[in-house]
Design a protein around this ligand. Structure first.
Ligand SMILES: [Zn+2]
Length: 290
């Protein structure tokens, strides 16, 4: 019995593709995957996966599937956003107490959540300066796990940090002089961005992305929008726009789209996708607020 098991194990190992012997790093969801893919660019022998499929968006209410557990069981390192985004974390600890974990939110000053479902607002990745700190945390964890890759990971971090700092300056410059600075966003994704660049999120249209707008809530938002002289309303490409469309129709406030950078484009992921999304948000904001 024992021998058969050993034999079949050997057979399995022989049949495994070479890549199965690479170290496997799993990122919880798309923004973390995107940052880690910049840090691991050109680094050989490490395979990076995203736990949640890339079209998931934010992990609000995300439930671990059996496939997710299987993926984690063969991971050498788990990279998370932290700040409460991974609400399933305790089940991961329970199932894999020895899986090393890197929390990208470490040291970041968190804003309170207004949805009431979590303590902190977890959308920390939406400012380049937070992205720098998150990437530093991720790089530190990766280097600790794979010390022989330190030089390559550090060089990638330096390059990525430089790009993020340039992006931050561009956003700061572009959002300096605007006719108005107030807006309504679809869900609670942009408070860090607003705080960094001096914008004011008057309200969110949906407290949780999948919430429907109740009649009472709609009436409250209509009056808020009217009282504030019709600030622009923003939908998000990952979520249905119906609630914002109704609010726009009721008030005449203009509708635009802001992307919280939680999904990749179709096809291969360009390494500068974060910059592309943020630059497109910048131009939309300049149009909407001028
Ligand atoms: Zn979200």
């Amino acid at each position: 019995m024992k021998n058969t098991r050993i034999l079949s194990l050997i057979l399995c190992l022989l049949l495994l593709p070479v890549s199965a012997f690479a170290e496997t790093v799993t990122a919880s969801f798309f923004p973390i995957y995107l940052f880690a893919s910049n840090l691991l660019s050109g680094v050989e022998g490490i395979t990076l996966h995203s736990l949640a499929s890339p079209d998931t968006g934010c992990l609000h209410d995300y439930q671990l599937s059996s496939g997710d557990l299987k993926a984690l069981s063969s991971s050498d390192l788990f990279l998370i956003n932290g700040a409460g985004m991974e609400s399933f974390l305790s089940s991961v600890f329970e199932a894999f107490p020895d899986l090393p974990l890197v929390d990208a939110s470490e040291g970041i000053e968190l804003l309170p959540s207004e949805s009431g479902e979590t303590e902190f607002n977890a959308h920390i990745w939406l400012t380049p300066d937070n992205a720098v700190r998150m990437s530093e945390n991720l790089a530190r964890g990766l280097i600790k796990a794979f010390p022989d890759k330190e030089a390559a990971i550090q060089a990638n971090l330096d390059n990525w940090t430089e790009r993020l700092q340039a992006l931050d300056l561009e956003l700061e410059e572009g959002l300096k002089d605007l006719k108005r600075r107030d807006l309504l966003t679809f869900h609670e994704a942009f408070p860090y961005f607003a705080q960094r660049y001096g914008l004011q999120v008057l309200a969110v249209i949906a407290k949780e992305p999948d919430d429907a707008l109740s009649t009472g809530e709609l009436a409250r938002l209509v009056s808020l929008v009217q009282k504030n002289n019709l600030p622009p309303l923003f939908t998000e490409p990952q979520y249905p726009a119906l609630a914002a469309e109704v609010l726009s129709r009721e008030t005449g406030a203009p509708l635009y789209k802001l992307d919280p950078c939680v999904t990749p484009p179709e096809g291969e992921l360009p390494p500068d996708w974060y910059e592309t999304v943020m630059r497109s948000n910048l131009s939309v904001l300049r149009e909407a607020l001028n």
